[in-house]
Design a protein around this ligand. Structure first.
Ligand code: PLP
Length: 429
């Protein structure tokens, strides 16, 4: 059995012995021909099965509240019953929401694109028309695809720290005040990807006030992708940002997003965007240039299947029952293998899809490589930072939703070994 020491209390002799034992253990893992994958932040087949009843639920009954034949074109903003259901999830009014196709990332991409190139209609000119490089604040670690939207559209990303209660608001406010070319900030306010952070009421309120500090063309990109994705009933709630914006008169400064990608089917869900009526008008006009209408039949089957907020909550508890044991195994390995070693820190999320893990500075890439060589695939180090550059080379995102319980158990044993091995070697070097 590998002993667990405080890294900085071990003598050189102890470290050498430790390294030998860990290296032997590592070679055994390597020889056992594992092929495990902790990279995929998507629902498992078992979770997707929970929504299979949705497939046959419509039968030949396409009756609905809207005046359009759902089989036909039209209804760009979605069907009313679907708006009502998801307006509650986003915390906006029924006339402040648009229901889109199967991806909220697409809506976010379009929102940034429209704001950059076309502007907000009566609410403001395009960012591009200001003639400077547009910049966004990126709380880190964060979601790589938010960053790549900006990178793809030529928008510069400025990292800010994500603290336990949300983005470092002192830094955010200072930056926004000092530089008017900062036009947005990415936020995943409940169970952030990857840290599982739930923004505090105070942080939500300060974000709602940013619209006053920044110019009128500033937008908070509020990606509430994990709005209802708690692992237990006592997970912290999130303050309603639209309410806070209304209180401060800044409701035009926020774009809210969400989807059922991790509620029903990741590839065949519905997405939604919540925003002020003025923003919604400008957004819809631009969106209407790219499509005539979304898949309204899919929207109807989501409403028939999930029904209402209670139906949604019950469905999410079924997801939690599948997910929670997976997170428990990850955390058990981390606690038993690495607690009090001085080698690592990690979060214990109460929802979402990830465990965010920090090695000692400078070791994330090496740990990911060691694990890969032993047959355990991890998200590339750096992926949680703009431009793939983690300045401390320490953050690793662990995604336990897809592998089986037994696979996670084996993968985490390898992971813990790799972290220890890399840490001891660094200490010895
Ligand atoms: N936003 C966040 C924070 C995510 O983690 C993900 C997927 O992992 C998405 C958005 C993707 O959303 P969608 O499937 O609706 O495009």
């Amino acid at each position: 059995k590998v002993m667990t020491l405080q890294l900085d209390q071990a003598s050189t002799t102890q470290l050498r012995e430790w390294e030998t034992t860990l290296a032997q253990e590592y070679q055994q893992f390597k020889a056992s021909g594992l092929n495990l994958d902790l990279t995929r932040g998507k629902p498992s087949a078992e979770q997707l099965d929970l929504s299979d009843a949705m497939n046959l639920i419509l039968g030949d009954d396409l009756s609905n509240e809207s005046n359009t034949d759902l089989r036909n074109y039209g209804g760009l903003d979605g069907i009313p019953e679907c708006k009502r259901l998801f307006a509650k999830v986003l915390g906006v009014a029924n006339d402040e929401i648009l229901i889109g196709g199967n991806s909220s990332l697409t809506l976010m991409y379009f929102a940034v694109l429209f704001a950059q190139n076309q502007g907000f209609g009566a609410l403001g000119a395009s960012w591009a028309s200001e003639g400077k490089t547009t910049k966004f604040l990126a709380p880190v670690p964060g979601y790589d695809r938010h960053f790549s939207v900006c990178e793809h559209l030529g928008i510069e990303l400025i990292p800010v720290a994500l603290n336990d209660d949300g983005p470092d608001m002192d830094a955010v406010e200072q930056l926004v005040k000092a530089d008017p070319s900062i036009k947005g900030i990415w936020c995943v306010p409940r169970f952030s990807n990857p840290t599982g952070t739930v923004y505090s009421d105070q942080v939500v309120d300060r974000l709602a006030q940013l619209g006053k500090l920044a110019g009128s063309n500033f937008r908070v990109f509020w990606d509430n992708a994990y709005a209802v994705h708690s692992l237990s009933d006592d997970a912290p709630e999130l303050a309603n940002i639209m309410d806070r914006c209304r209180a401060h008169g800044t409701e035009d400064s926020i774009y809210i997003f969400g989807s059922t990608s991790k509620i029903t089917y990741a590839g065949a869900g519905v997405s939604f965007a919540g925003m002020s009526k003025g923003n919604l008008k400008a957004f819809s006009q631009h969106l209407g240039m790219s499509q005539i209408g979304p898949d309204k039949i899919n929207q109807l089957r989501h409403v028939r299947f999930l029904k209402d907020s209670e139906g949604l909550a019950a469905h999410m508890r079924a997801h939690a029952a599948v997910l929670k044991p997976r997170f428990d195994i990850v955390l058990k390995h981390l606690r038993e293998g690495l607690a009090d070693t001085g080698m690592a820190s990690w979060n214990e999320p109460q929802g979402g899809y990830f465990v965010s893990f920090d090695t000692l500075p400078g070791l994330a890439k090496e740990v990911v490589q060691l694990a890969a060589d032993a047959g355990v695939k991890l998200t590339p180090a750096g992926a949680t930072f703009p431009y793939g550059k983690d300045p401390d080379n320490k953050n690793i995102r662990i995604a336990p939703s897809v592998p089986s319980l037994e696979e996670i158990d084996r993968a985490m044993a390898v992971f813990v070994n790799c972290v220890k091995l890399a840490s001891v070697r660094q200490r010895l070097s």
